[in-house]
Write a protein that binds this ligand. Structure first.
Ligand SMILES: C[S@@+](CC[C@H](N)C(=O)[O-])C[C@H]1O[C@@H](n2cnc3c(N)ncnc32)[C@H](O)[C@@H]1O
Length: 221
């Protein structure tokens, strides 16, 4: 993803065919994230802000027909591209949903695994999205969030002011009711944080996070 001088937070000007090529170039990292998340046969996987959805396609191969894969994005054009790729690969059990990640049309506890990759830097307010992901995951379900490192190569990806750190991402996850299991780097540009959904929303954690400057609106910086 090469935003150049102009950062298109809403992605209204995105060429999704070109973005799909970029996802293919990142295939190795996406596979590593699915491995870290531990997606396997029968799992119920949610790809939040999937774009053209390479992660969903790879997850569908892992979970099989007895599992569930849902790709959610607010951009219908990206999901159309995903449906095309799913048909080509005969992965016809992938569901696509056009919706905002802060208000997802799923029952609570519907999923066992969720991914939120390269989405945080597009969110003005990450907490509603984190809480919504916690809601739709079953207790013990896992979330992998990954994004561009603030200390990484600024010639690739979003500008410094849009980037969030692993520490911020982990703070939002804790505040939403996740325990952080693991975090680390995914070369060459990214960090990841793996969390497990606790029993309830972390109201105490939320107060702590707000105190630490992780509250609403901190996502832009
Ligand atoms: C940079 S792309 C990342 C796509 C994919 N997750 C990946 O790792 O390649 C960010 C995606 O998040 C979606 N997105 C951003 N904010 C969203 C929101 N509030 N609700 C749903 N989708 C959102 C965008 O439409 C876009 O497809």
């Amino acid at each position: 993803m090469d935003h150049g001088q102009h950062f298109d937070r809403e992605m209204r000007e995105t060429n999704w065919h070109r973005f799909w090529q970029r996802q293919l170039e990142r295939r190795e990292q996406i596979v590593a994230w699915l491995d870290t998340l531990g997606v396997g046969p029968g799992d119920r996987f949610l790809d939040v802000g999937s774009g053209p959805g390479l992660a969903s396609l790879l997850a569908a191969e892992r979970v099989g027909r007895r599992g569930r894969v849902v790709a959610l994005d607010r951009n219908p054009e990206a999901l159309e591209l995903l449906r095309h790729q799913a048909r080509r690969r005969k992965l016809d059990w992938i569901e696509t949903i056009t919706a905002d990640a802060a208000a997802m049309p799923f029952l609570s506890g519907a999923f066992t695994h969720a991914m939120l990759t390269l989405v945080l830097h597009h969110l003005v307010d990450p907490m509603p999205v984190m809480k919504e992901i916690r809601r739709v995951l079953a207790a013990g379900g896992r979330l992998l969030a990954a994004d561009y490192r603030p200390d990484g190569d600024l010639s690739v990806g979003p500008p410094a002011e849009a980037r969030v750190s692993a520490r911020q991402a982990a703070g939002w996850m804790r505040a939403a009711g996740f325990s952080v299991l693991e975090q680390g780097l995914t070369p060459p540009h990214w960090f990841y944080v793996l969390g497990a959904a606790g029993e309830g929303l972390g109201t105490a954690g939320e107060r702590a996070a707000e105190g630490a400057g992780y509250g609403a609106g901190a996502g832009a910086g």
